[in-house]
Design a protein around this ligand. Structure first.
Ligand code: CP
Ligand code: NVA
Length: 305
């Protein structure tokens, strides 16, 4: 593993190695055991989109690993004024030990990895959000004691988070059903790639427009905003289209009785889910947010040591 750009690039063993280390680092951190394995190392964090969890968890994670993180807003570095990804990758590779980037175009992340000589971590693109899904898998593992053989249901927009969930579940052998309205389902190439991965793990991948079929007997119910960063102008239209996919008590009743509710956050109560669901007894959204820290520390420790 040289970079973390897509979970599709990792083997099942590599994903399980990250999760196992994440659980160990979490336990150590809670017990006050220090683990400064990246002492003297620096992570650059390029952001061309907003963030609360990703920014804070990477920065805190790096500091807990004994290194430091540099916040590089695209508005403030020359990339935002037209310096090329090629030059940026070459220059930053001379200073840093790793780069985490959150941006729009997935190709920019691939180019950073291609032209740079240090590990690149994808902190979200329009296409994928692999760090989120590592934390999600860790959370499912903690709450359900296993990954293989469970069913996850993702309701709503077939977006970056849905894409990474497809890959993540397919790799670890968790069945996943995506329930999205026509025209808003997942990218066909990603679905095909996940189906390839699923052949090895035995996971079942299902894409449907029927929200009830999607959520039926699910162990894990997941949703995300109907309007991702960059789609703000489509909000009014999307709210009309996605109504039937709202995770509310009526829809949630079709999941297993002990199903957990997950959301990558930020969440918009009254839209993709109702308040009683996200703030209710089945919700594990804050464990999930916390696990961003532990899962990413594992990724950085493995890539940057
Ligand atoms: N889930 C997630 O990536 O949150 P932020 O946008 O706050 O980083
Ligand atoms: N799908 C959302 C995820 C935010 C963490 C977005 O891209 O805005």
């Amino acid at each position: 593993m040289k970079h973390l750009i897509s979970l599709h690039d990792l083997t099942q063993d590599e994903i399980l190695e990250i999760l196992t280390l994440a659980l160990k680092l979490k336990k150590e951190q809670k017990e006050g055991v220090l683990h400064p394995v990246l002492r003297g190392k620096t992570l650059g964090m390029i952001f061309t989109k907003s963030s609360t969890r990703t920014r804070v968890s990477f920065e805190v994670g790096m500091s807990q690993l004994g290194g430091q993180a540099l916040f590089l807003s695209a508005n403030d570095i020359q990339l935002g004024r037209g310096e090329t990804i090629y030059d940026t990758a070459k220059v930053l590779s001379r200073y840093l030990d790793g780069i985490m980037i959150r941006t729009f175009d997935h190709n920019d992340v691939l180019d950073l990895a291609k032209y740079g000589s240090i590990p690149i971590i994808n902190g979200l693109t329009d296409l994928l959000h692999p760090c989120q899904v590592l934390a999600d898998l860790q959370t499912v593992w903690e709450h359900k004691g296993k990954l293989q053989g469970l069913k996850m249901a993702f309701l709503g927009d077939g977006n970056n988070v849905a894409h990474s969930l497809l890959y993540g579940c397919a790799k670890v052998g968790m069945d996943i059903t995506i329930g999205s309205p026509k025209g808003y389902t997942c990218n066909e190439e990603i679905v095909a790639g996940a189906k390839e991965d699923a052949k090895e793990s035995g996971a079942v991948i299902t894409i449907t427009e029927d929200p009830v079929e999607a959520i039926k007997d699910a162990d894990v119910v997941y949703t995300d905003t109907w309007c991702s960063m960059g789609q703000e102008k489509e909000k009014a239209e999307r709210v009309k289209i996605f109504g039937a996919y709202q995770v509310n008590s009526r829809l949630f009743a079709h999941a297993k009785e002990d199903a957990i509710f997950m959301h990558c956050l930020p969440a918009y109560r009254g839209f993709e889910m109702t308040e009683d669901i996200i703030d209710g007894a089945h919700s594990v959204v804050f464990d999930e947010a916390e696990n961003r820290l532990h899962a990413q520390k594992a990724v950085m420790a493995l890539l940057m040591k």
